[in-house]
Write a protein that binds this ligand. Structure first.
Ligand SMILES: Cc1cc2nc3c(=O)[nH]c(=O)nc-3n(C[C@H](O)[C@H](O)[C@H](O)COP(=O)(O)OP(=O)(O)OC[C@H]3O[C@@H](n4cnc5c(N)ncnc54)[C@H](O)[C@@H]3O)c2cc1C
Length: 455
């Protein structure tokens, strides 16, 4: 329960249709895609930066938690109000404030959907590179707070590489701007990159200045199948070691291919492993780019290399990747969905090690994802309670394996509440202590999204 005095302040700040303490709304905003849940005491829908400042001021006065929320599509429980408090849904701060092709930038509010921004940029010949597959229904605020990304990251980078500046409100209720409106800047600490990936624990983002990239006019898709996962993983390292950087380099292991084949039919090839490779650029330069990448993809263990010539062929080549999600859901509605990262050259050891752990714990694991960044989705698919217990034991060993290969816990999903306990595996005590000091500087009373990220 929030104190009456705070509720009075909130009712003063928000119009009647922009605040709710009704059960229906509280339940609707109690969970996210992690399937964890906890009821908030209230939900508010700000439309202005100043409202967010006043809201955080008021909540700080009463030491009540404030939880930023985009569209709740994160997989780690990052928006679950574990200690109650006020969920701040940014869905109504959804204006694109400026598109400025001359300066290659756009200024947006945090509730703009990634997909809507991409559509608005198209007529200008630009795009914003972060491309989570949830783009049609996730927000720029959520993308920034999780440093979310997708296949294009291998060439174009994540939100951290594609954001120039932010406007935000810290846990004291003070508004501030950080970063620049310019494509270069060397003026003090880089608070922009610090806030990106901070999962709403340091500040509420109310505006973002995004760096835009001109949209290449042509793209080619290649699909390579290999005898086994090791051969495919070694091909990834060869592709990344030559000068033409693909704009997607995705890996699918044999178990995932079998699943996708059973679900999606014969258009999905059965093989030891598969790579989807895309190169983009201008039409005239593409043949040499395709040739360079093909040369690297060829090698020991390659079974077939296909290049799509038409849009229909491209779609057919992507069929395996598309069939994967529904296939997994059918087997295990409670899949454990991880997104570990290792240096690309360690991918062969990672995929071998995961196969060993899958056999040791007798748990089905499918491995696929953004191989060009060494970022693999390791999905454990327990089918009953006994398997779920074994999967949790297996997960700890997966993380230990990743650390032994100089990797890290998450490439794009973040930590939230579900991976918090593993943070000491990835970060030294001194590093964690510095992070706690940073948190205290931004949010001295710990009201911003408590129970997330830091163990
Ligand atoms: C089917 C599906 C596919 C997905 N595919 C991908 C993928 O390919 N790549 C990927 O990286 N992720 C993917 N995701 C995960 C998810 O979509 C991303 O994490 C996304 O960025 C979350 O955006 P959201 O608007 O839903 O944010 P939410 O889930 O609402 O919030 C996520 C985090 O951001 C914080 N936050 C939100 N808005 C603000 C703000 N204005 N200020 C401060 N903090 C804020 C929240 O407190 C929380 O910590 C997928 C999810 C689904 C369901």
């Amino acid at each position: 329960m929030i104190p009456d005095a705070l509720l009075d302040s909130l009712n003063h700040l928000f119009a009647a249709d922009a605040i709710s303490i009704a059960d229906a709304e509280r339940i609707a905003y109690s969970y996210d895609n992690s399937r964890q849940h906890a009821l908030p005491d209230a939900v508010v829908f700000p439309t202005e930066h100043a409202q967010v400042e006043s809201l955080v001021h008021a909540c700080r006065e009463h030491r009540v938690p404030v939880i930023a929320r985009g569209r709740g599509s994160n997989t780690t429980g990052a928006t679950v109000p574990v200690d109650g408090g006020v969920v701040v849904s940014f869905e109504r701060m959804n204006r694109i404030l400026r598109i400025d092709p001359d300066n290659r930038m756009a200024v947006v509010e945090p509730g703009v959907l990634n997909g809507d921004l991409q559509q608005a940029l198209l007529p200008h010949g630009f795009f914003w590179p972060p491309d989570p597959s949830s783009a049609p229904w996730c927000t720029i605020g959520g993308n920034l707070a999780c440093n979310s990304a997708g296949p294009r990251t291998v060439k174009y980078g994540s939100p951290r590489e594609n954001t120039l500046g932010l406007r935000a409100v810290s846990g004291t209720g003070e508004g501030f701007r950080c970063g620049t409106y310019t494509s270069k800047g060397a003026t003090g600490y880089d608070l922009t990159r610090l806030l990106i990936g901070s999962e709403g624990t340091l500040a509420m983002i109310t505006e973002a200045t995004l760096k835009l990239t001109p949209k290449p006019s042509a793209i080619r898709t290649l699909r390579a199948t290999y005898r086994d996962v090791g051969a495919a993983a070694r091909a990834v390292a060869r592709i990344m070691a030559q000068p033409v950087t693909p704009c997607a380099l995705e890996f699918i292991d044999d178990v995932a291919l079998r699943l996708a084949h059973d679900h999606g039919g014969d258009s999905v090839p059965l093989a030891g492993a598969l790579l989807m490779i895309e190169v983009d650029g201008e039409e005239a330069t593409l043949p040499s780019a395709v040739e360079a990448v093909s040369r690297a993809a060829r090698g020991e263990g390659l079974e077939e290399l296909r290049v799509a010539e038409t849009a229909a062929e491209t779609q057919a080549l992507w069929s395996a990747r598309k069939a994967l999600s529904p296939a997994q859901r059918r087997i295990s509605p409670n899949k454990i969905n991880e997104d570990v990262v290792v240096p690309v050259s360690h991918l062969p050891e990672l995929v071998d090690g995961i196969k060993r752990l899958s056999a040791k714990h007798d748990v089905l694991i499918v491995t696929f994802g953004h191989a060009g960044n060494g970022n693999l989705h390791v999905n454990l698919l327990p089918r009953d309670d006994a398997e779920r217990e074994r999967a949790h034991a297996c997960l700890a060993e997966v993380f230990a394996l990743v650390m032994s290969l100089e990797g890290t816990l998450s490439g794009e999903h973040g930590i939230g509440m579900v991976k918090r306990e593993f943070m000491p595996l990835a970060l030294e005590p001194n590093t964690l202590a510095l992070m706690r000091n940073v948190k205290a500087a931004f949010d001295p009373d710990g009201i911003l999204n408590p129970g997330k990220l830091l163990p």
